[in-house]
Design a protein around this ligand. Structure first.
Ligand SMILES: Cc1cc2nc3c(=O)[nH]c(=O)nc-3n(C[C@H](O)[C@H](O)[C@H](O)COP(=O)(O)OP(=O)(O)OC[C@H]3O[C@@H](n4cnc5c(N)ncnc54)[C@H](O)[C@@H]3O)c2cc1C
Length: 347
């Protein structure tokens, strides 16, 4: 894993609860990333280390600096720290770019129609993909479907307008507003939550829907409703990509979980930790003040991978398929002990 120390050169307010941090590209060790990937920021706040991923809102080959955009989560430790405390000239430690929510797919080419579905802060990787696709001409058409409370909560309003003015025949946007909707003539500005069927009915008049590609980023409910509508409309699952900002857990999966002690071996040293029911092994380790390395916390990136030496764990909410891990591997962010005597090891 590569690490960078990046300097904040601008802090820009996007809406009343969202800021963008602009980092200078280092002169020598440049941060190489793909549109749609994320940067993992590492902070020390009140003596404890916190690690959080943030999608790039900049696009490689388009923006000379690196940008991420952070929305305030009520009570959230890092988002509030970034919005209230981080200042221009601060140096922030980051991991190398990660993530596969990108155009790196063998079937996408410059004839493709890509539809980007997002709500709230889910716009960040989507704007990176849109800028990249439009400026670098990787695809033929981009449709952005963006849901918000009101026009005031639209992040990147100016950028979206500029892209529409520059690429009127390639870039189309739909806005859905759940509140504070102002009556207007624009058929692509609609009151309510994102209605994927309505959008697909229009796109389907011009294109064969099974030839379109779909990128979804937003709350869990959005992903589920858009995916359902896409599958019903005949879009193949292999053409639907999603990025989750939060892990999805079904409470029923916790029925057989109880509080247990486990042993975590880190760099040859053993630590006994209590994994309280409901907390993952990663969360329990962090609560026990272990400096563990992790990133997405959604069971995707594999940064918190551990080796199972003894006992059994259950993985809940993991986005990866179990086949993508070796037999005795688990991801600590979504692992819960289900037998006594669990022992894990990390390097
Ligand atoms: C791949 C990836 C990319 C991401 N990109 C972005 C991005 O571009 N912009 C951005 O603002 N955030 C992004 N996030 C979310 C971000 O990493 C943090 O999870 C978020 O900022 C909250 O962190 P916190 O420390 O403030 O909250 P925490 O202290 O971790 O959590 C406080 C409470 O808020 C809840 N919570 C955590 N995350 C969210 C959330 N996203 N929405 C609502 N409630 C939440 C928690 O369950 C908890 O109850 C991304 C996450 C992932 C996995």
């Amino acid at each position: 894993m590569l690490y960078y120390t990046l300097k904040v050169i601008e802090k820009r307010e996007e809406t009343n609860d969202t800021v963008s941090l602009v980092f200078k590209q280092p002169g020598l060790k440049k941060v190489k990333y793909e549109a749609g990937q994320y940067l993992t920021l590492i902070f020390r706040i009140n003596g404890r280390r916190y690690i959080r991923p943030y999608s790039f809102s900049s696009a490689p080959g388009v923006d000379s600096n690196i940008e991420i955009t952070v929305k305030r989560v009520p009570g959230g430790i890092v988002s509030n720290h970034i919005i209230d405390k981080v200042q221009v000239n601060d140096l922030i430690e980051t991991m190398e770019p990660l993530g596969d929510f990108t155009f790196n797919n063998e079937y996408i080419n410059n004839n493709s129609h890509v539809v980007l579905w997002g709500a709230g802060s889910g716009i960040t990787p989507l704007i990176s993909l849109a800028k990249y696709a439009l400026h670098i001409k990787t695809v033929a058409h981009i449709t952005l479907v963006y849901g918000n409370r009101s026009a005031e909560s639209v992040i990147f309003n100016d950028t979206i307008h500029k892209l529409k003015a520059l690429y009127p025949s390639t870039f189309l946007t739909w806005h859905f507003y759940t509140q504070l909707y102002v009556e207007n003539e624009n058929p692509y500005t609609i009151k309510g939550r994102i209605d994927a069927r309505e959008v697909l009915a229009v796109i389907g008049k011009e294109k064969k829907l099974n030839q379109t590609f779909h990128y979804i980023c937003g709350p869990i409910g959005l992903k589920e409703s858009v995916k359902k509508a896409l599958l019903e409309a005949g879009v193949d699952e292999s053409k639907i990509f999603s990025e989750d900002f939060q892990i999805e857990r079904n409470p029923a999966d916790f029925n057989d979980i109880v509080t247990r002690n486990i042993v975590l071996e880190k760099s040859g040293q053993s630590h006994e930790i209590e994994v309280v029911k409901g907390k993952s092994i990663l969360e329990a380790g962090l609560d026990a003040s272990l400096e563990l390395t992790y990133s997405c916390q959604t069971g995707t990136c594999k940064v918190c991978k551990a080796r199972i030496k003894k006992g059994k764990v259950k993985m809940i909410g993991m986005k990866l398929k179990e086949e993508e891990l070796q037999t005795y591997e688990c991801l600590m962010c979504c692992s819960f002990p289900i037998t006594e005597g669990v022992e894990l090891a990390i390097d």
